[in-house]
Write a protein that binds this ligand. Structure first.
Ligand SMILES: CC(C)(COP(=O)(O)OP(=O)(O)OC[C@H]1O[C@@H](n2cnc3c(N)ncnc32)[C@H](O)[C@@H]1OP(=O)(O)O)[C@@H](O)C(=O)NCCC(=O)NCCS
Length: 195
């Protein structure tokens, strides 16, 4: 089972956030369905949540990140690892007014997931740039609830459509979004070359 301890980066660079090593017992198949001690709640983001959002991102996006794919093929770039690049997106997602459209999933007295949104008042196409839930809390319908919360927010912001992107390698993303009513409109390929 994947754990933080197994996330060695070819860059060997310290993360800008403290990364906790999760106990394997919280990630094995059986513990995934263990009873939660408190009912999960979805609430508005507070700046104090940022370190938790970054820890969740660094862990959950390893198998499903363009930045991670780049590092796997090209190694270290600019002296930074993939997590540094990915976590910059989270800083972007919570910057200024955007923070109002970020929602946090809390369970067992900790932040265990989140979703971010982007409002574009001119195009009236809102976005969902990032979404993640710790593995121990996945598979209980909480991802759907986070997406529903984001869609409600985007509707309240007078958006006409909502856009979300996923990688072909991310099976969960593809089925989840289609099941929730999103329709595929395009496939994009990312290329990279060393200069
Ligand atoms: C995406 C994510 C937030 C979903 O969270 P979740 O709480 O497991 O989602 P839900 O329990 O609401 O499941 C919703 C649907 O996802 C799909 N799904 C869940 N686990 C799946 C799996 N292992 N394989 C394929 N589809 C899966 C199912 O369609 C499920 O619907 P169903 O219960 O009706 O079958 C979570 O998997 C995650 O954090 N993944 C890593 C980060 C990531 O991929 N983020 C999205 C980037 S595009």
């Amino acid at each position: 089972m994947r754990s933080f301890a197994g996330m060695a980066s070819p860059c060997h660079i310290d993360l800008p956030v403290r990364v906790r090593t999760w106990q394997s017992s919280t990630h094995d198949k059986n513990s995934r369905y263990r009873a939660m001690q408190t009912e999960p709640v979805i609430r508005e983001y507070h700046p104090d949540d940022l370190p938790a959002l970054k820890r969740i991102t660094a862990f959950c996006f390893e198998p499903v990140s363009i930045d991670r794919n780049i590092e796997a093929r090209f190694g270290c770039i600019g002296g930074r690892d993939w997590r540094w690049r990915k976590l910059r997106h989270i800083d972007d997602d919570v910057a200024g007014d955007r923070a109002r459209g970020v929602f946090v999933l809390q369970a067992d007295d900790q932040v265990v997931g989140y979703i971010t949104t982007r409002v574009d008042r001119e195009s009236r196409i809102g976005g969902i740039p990032n979404l993640a839930i710790l593995p121990a809390y996945q598979g209980r319908g909480l991802g759907k609830q986070l997406i529903q919360t984001a869609l409600d927010y985007l509707r309240a912001q007078n958006m006409e459509c909502a856009k979300i992107e996923t990688l072909v390698q991310n099976e969960v993303g593809a089925s989840l979004y289609v099941n929730m009513g999103f329709e595929e409109v395009a496939r994009q390929i990312h290329y990279l070359m060393r200069l």
